[in-house]
Structure formats: structure tokens, C-alpha cells
Design a protein around this ligand. Structure first.
Ligand code: NAD
Length: 519
């Protein structure tokens, strides 16, 4: 029987038959140690994946620690060369890796490959960084003394990832951690272990071929058997965790309980403000991509549209026209822009949010329903499809369901009269990841980005760009319930290192700081 995922893994040298089981070899009876990975597009099994036990995790953490002890001694620019070779391999295998992502989590081809490109980009960035892990020098108050700051490798890093970026988020963490001299232990989502197996195999093989074993590690298992013991383990000084706010609260507590460090990248509830002078030729396509791209399953998805009352009807009418052209179906089929949600639970979450919105007085302008097999592109797909929805809040703007992050394509539309009101609405949710304003006025844009902090309270603030689709060069992350972490570009690398302040005396006598005499 044809087994596409198996062939793709094989082409990448990543088909370990002890780990991955073909659909026709799956056992008839339930087996707790085997995760069945189901296609969100067809609802049929793609493969089985053998899960790690708590003992296997313990061994992996031990191996990551051993690997770290050797890797940290490799000069940083040499570590950069290994990351360069990994980036080249991801470049070479972009199409195959992108296809595995599409099959496993339902991203359209461009978005699946775009994720792989993010790994290539962050690898390039990390190679440059490997020669720029700069410390500072500062003047000492004492004669014949010197103070410097140096950045040192931190240890094995635990990386916990969400299903919706099954490759890029690991790449952001792993490429930076590797140039910083850390080994990496990755625990992927159980909804996307096949992408993880492929990415890990490539990185591990490249590093080993250059003489560096033990840098990259993978543990796949349930939250009880693997997730919880991983975050609790003192051998992992940093846990970088991406996922829901619920998960972040738990990880934050457990890691704080052992006084470890956390880098949390959690849920968003992102708004776009549309001012009366906005260029709708820019705003409408940006909002559509932000709201329906990845079927609304991005942390940066546009979930709330705050539109000036004078142009609200026109903007909504244009959005509806754009939504009506969107094809929902097989993410690998040409012309399809919206693939499936990840599973049935996600469809249920979408439908219950739509119900709640109706009960709270909102109007469903378009969408709001499941897409049955007869209406998919091509017809007959039995996966988890929904029609992207636009929901207009009641005149009071009181719509409690819009405070939640429902991980699906629902765009709630609110109207406002004054920019300050819109900025207050942007900030009036618990999450603080991404935000956008569309305007031709530099005054309005500057108020949104106000240097006092009185504008958007989010980690990402865009002008005349949608809320999703960040570049790797800037620090990525959000405030409030989004967790406060920063990953990817800028100086995010500092999270993966420890800072040491070194004071060196070369005087012939003892001088104490603060002028203290102790004689
Ligand atoms: P999730 O919280 O269900 O799972 C995320 C990861 O955490 C998985 O690997 C899961 O197994 C693990 N996990 C859950 N509980 C754990 C525990 N107690 N101990 C250890 N690990 C545990 O999230 P999801 O459904 O996979 O992803 C969607 C969510 O992720 C959304 O809220 C989205 O906004 C968020 N997300 C945020 C970012 C960001 O950068 N801010 C990026 C991608 C996704």
C-alpha cells in the first residue's frame, strides 16, 4: 500500500521503523505506547509513532547533559558552521519537509514551505550571531581593576512546541541554542510528531557528520509521562515552551518551583484597528490573510477587527466579498487557501464559539458552519473543515466570547468612534501578542506606537501590516498572558546563555568597592 509520509521520511533519512509504524501495520487493539497520527484532511491515519517512557526521557536528559559538556567547548564560530550546514540541509529539503507539515497539520503548500524557510532564515541569522555573542566592558571605580561581562553556554535546553508551528518554533530555539553552546531536548506536540522526527533527524545527522554527537535530542510522549517530568527536571536550566496560556501557567509554576528559567510563548487575541483614512486596498487583503491564514490557527491570527464606525459597513462588505472567494479543502490542492482544523475538538470549539457569539447578541455575517465532504475542494474530504467566519459584535460592543482565543478562523468585528477608544479596546484582553493599525496618518500611527507605552500593549505592533507573518530578525513574543518571552531575532539569544560579570584586579594593594576601609 502507498504510504506517502513514510516515503517522505525515508527520502530524508528519517524513517526509523522502531519509532514510526505504517498505517497498514497498526495494531487492531488500543496500545497506550503508540500515538496514531491522523490526517486532519482525510481523518485517516498517517502513521503510528512509538512514545517514549519516563525512563527513556530520563536517559535523553542525561544524554543531552553529556552532549552539552562537549558542545560548549567547541568555539562558537565553529558551532556556527554546524548550524550553517543544518540550514543548508533544510534549504535542500524544503519541499519534502513542507509537504510533511501539510500532511500532518493541514497547512497549505506555501505555508508549510514557509515554515521550513523560517528555519533556514534563523539558521542564517544564528551563523552570523556565532561571531557576535558580545559581552561588554565597563569602567571599574577602583584603580587598576577591570570589569567585563561574558556570556556563557547555559546547559541543555528543554523545548516544548505547539502543533501549529511544528517545525519553525523548534528551529527558532534550536538554532540559537546551538550557536550559544547549548544542547537541545525537543518535546513536540503529539499532534505533530512526524514533522519533529524529520527535522530532528536532519539536524542530528548533520551535526554528527561534522563530529558533534549529542547536540540534538528528541522525546515524544504524553504530557504525564514525558511533558511533566521534563519541565520538572533540574538538569534543564531553561524550558522554552510554546502553546496555550493554560499550558504556560502550568509550566511557569513548575519551573519557578525549582527556580529554573522559562521562556513562554503563549496564546494571542490579536486586533487590527482600521482608521477612516486607511488604504483599504492594503488593509483588506492583510486582514484576510491574518484572519484566515493557517485556518486561523496561528498565535498571531487576527481575531478582532476594530473598525471606525464611518467605514465599518464598507470594510465588512469588502471582507465578505473576499471571504466568498476562499476555497476550503485539501491544503495541497492548487487554489485552496484554507485547510482543515487540526482535529474534531477544534471544530467543536469553533462551533461552540459561534453559538456563544449568537447568544451574546452578535450577528454571523458569513461562515460559522462546518464544511461537509460535499463542499470541500476537491469534494469528498472527511477531515475537519470549517468556513471562515465574520461575526459582528452587538452595538454595545459587549461580546465576552471575543475575550477567548478560539483557535479557528473567527473574526469578531467591533466599531469605534475615536482612536483612543480603539487602542483601549485593543488592550482590553488578557493576551498581548500582536496588534496592527491601518492608517495614512503618521500621527495616528505614532499614537499606536507611543513611546510612553500608552499605545498598543502588545509585544508586536504593526503599521499598515497584518498581525501575522513576523520576520525572524525582530524579537518575537508577547506580554501579559502571552507569557513575556522573546524568541528569534534581535538579542533573544541572551535567553539561551548565562551572564557572568568578571572583575579583575591587577593593583599592588587591596581596594574595596564603595570606598570601604577594612583595616
Ligand atoms: P497546547 O498548550 O495544547 O500544547 C503545547 C505544547 O505543550 C504541546 O507540546 C503539549 O504536549 C505541551 N504541554 C501541555 N501541557 C503540558 C504539561 N503539563 N507539561 C509539559 N508539556 C505540556 O497548545 P497547542 O494546541 O499545541 O497549540 C496552540 C496554542 O499555542 C495556541 O494557544 C497558540 O496561540 C499557542 N502558540 C503560541 C505561539 C507564540 O509564539 N506565542 C506560537 C504557536 C502557538
Amino acid at each position: 500500500m502507498a504510504w506517502e509520509v513514510g516515503d517522505l521520511l525515508d527520502s530524508l533519512g528519517a524513517l526509523d521503523r522502531r519509532r514510526v509504524v505504517a498505517p497498514d501495520a497498526l495494531p487492531g487493539a488500543p496500545d497506550a505506547s503508540l500515538q496514531i497520527v491522523t490526517s486532519p484532511t482525510t481523518a485517516r491515519p498517517l502513521a503510528g509513532v512509538r512514545l517514549d517512557s519516563t525512563d527513556a526521557l530520563d536517559a535523553a536528559i542525561g544524554a543531552a547533559h553529556e552532549g552539552f559538556l562537549a558542545w560548549r567547548r567547541v568555539p562558537a564560530p565553529v558551532r556556527g558552521q554546524v548550524v550553517r550546514a543544518i540550514g543548508d540541509e533544510f534549504r535542500r529539503h524544503k519541499a519534502a519537509l513542507g509537504r510533511i507539515i501539510s500532511l500532518e497539520v493541514g497547512k497549505i503548500t506555501a505555508e508549510g514551505q514557509g515554515e521550513v524557510q523560517e528555519v533556514v532564515d534563523i539558521a542564517d541569522f544564528a551563523v552570523g550571531l556565532s561571531r557576535q555573542l558580545y559581552g561588554m566592558t565597563m569602567p571599574s571605580e577602583r584603580p587598576d581593576h577591570r570589569i567585563i561581562e561574558q556570556w556563557l553556554p547555559l546547559g541543555p535546553i528543554g523545548v516544548v512546541t505547539a502543533f501549529n508551528f511544528p517545525c519553525a518554533v523548534w528551529g527558532w530555539n534550536a538554532m540559537l541554542a546551538a550557536v550559544c553552546g547549548d544542547s537541545v531536548l525537543w518535546k513536540p506536540s503529539l499532534a505533530a510528531p512526524l514533522t519533529a522526527i524529520a527535522c530532528h533527524a536532519i539536524a542530528d545527522r548533520v551535526a554528527a557528520s561534522m563530529g558533534h554527537t549529542g547536540v540534538f535530542h528528541l522525546a515524544i510522549g504524553s504530557d504525564e509521562q514525558v511533558g511533566e517530568p521534563l519541565i520538572a527536571d533540574r538538569r534543564l536550566p531553561l524550558i522554552s515552551a510554546t502553546g496555550s496560556c493554560r499550558m504556560g501557567r502550568r509550566v511557569g509554576q513548575v519551573v519557578a518551583g525549582r527556580l529554573g528559567r522559562c521562556l513562554l510563548e503563549l496564546g494571542g487575541n490579536n486586533a487590527a484597528i482600521v482608521e477612516p483614512d486607511a488604504d483599504l486596498g492594503i488593509a483588506i487583503p492583510s486582514i484576510v490573510f491574518g484572519a484566515v491564514g493557517t485556518a486561523g490557527q496561528r498565535c498571531t491570527t487576527t481575531r478582532r477587527l476594530l473598525v471606525h464606525r464611518s467605514i465599518a459597513d464598507d470594510a465588512v462588505a469588502r471582507l465578505v466579498r473576499a471571504y466568498e472567494t476562499i476555497k476550503v479543502g485539501d491544503p495541497l490542492a492548487p487554489g485552496v487557501l484554507v485547510g482543515p482544523l487540526i482535529n474534531q475538538q477544534a471544530v467543536d470549539g469553533y462551533l461552540s464559539a459561534i453559538d456563544a457569539a449568537k447568544q451574546q447578541g452578535a450577528t454571523i455575517v458569513t461562515g460559522g458552519t462546518r464544511v461537509g465532504p460535499e463542499h470541500t475542494q476537491p469534494a469528498g474530504l472527511k477531515g475537519h473543515f470549517v468556513r471562515p467566519a465574520i461575526v459582528r459584535a452587538p452595538a454595545s460592543n459587549d461580546l465576552p466570547i471575543a475575550r477567548d482565543e478560539t483557535f479557528a478562523p473567527i473574526l469578531y468585528v467591533f466599531t469605534y468612534d475615536a482612536l483612543d477608544e480603539a487602542i483601549a479596546m485593543n488592550n482590553a484582553v488578557d493576551q498581548g501578542l500582536s496588534s496592527a493599525i491601518f492608517t495614512a496618518s503618521s500621527r495616528a500611527a505614532e499614537r499606536f506606537l507611543h513611546p510612553s507605552g500608552a499605545g498598543s500593549d502588545c509585544g508586536l505592533a504593526y503599521v499598515n501590516l497584518g498581525t501575522s507573518g513576523a520576520e525572524i530578525g525582530g524579537a518575537f513574543g508577547g506580554e501579559k498572558d502571552t507569557g513575556g518571552g522573546r524568541e528569534s531575532g534581535s538579542d533573544s539569544w541572551k535567553a539561551y546563555m548565562r551572564r557572568q560579570t568578571c572583575s579583575i584586579g591587577f593593583a599592588n594593594n587591596v581596594t574595596l568597592a564603595q570606598g570601604i576601609r577594612f583595616e
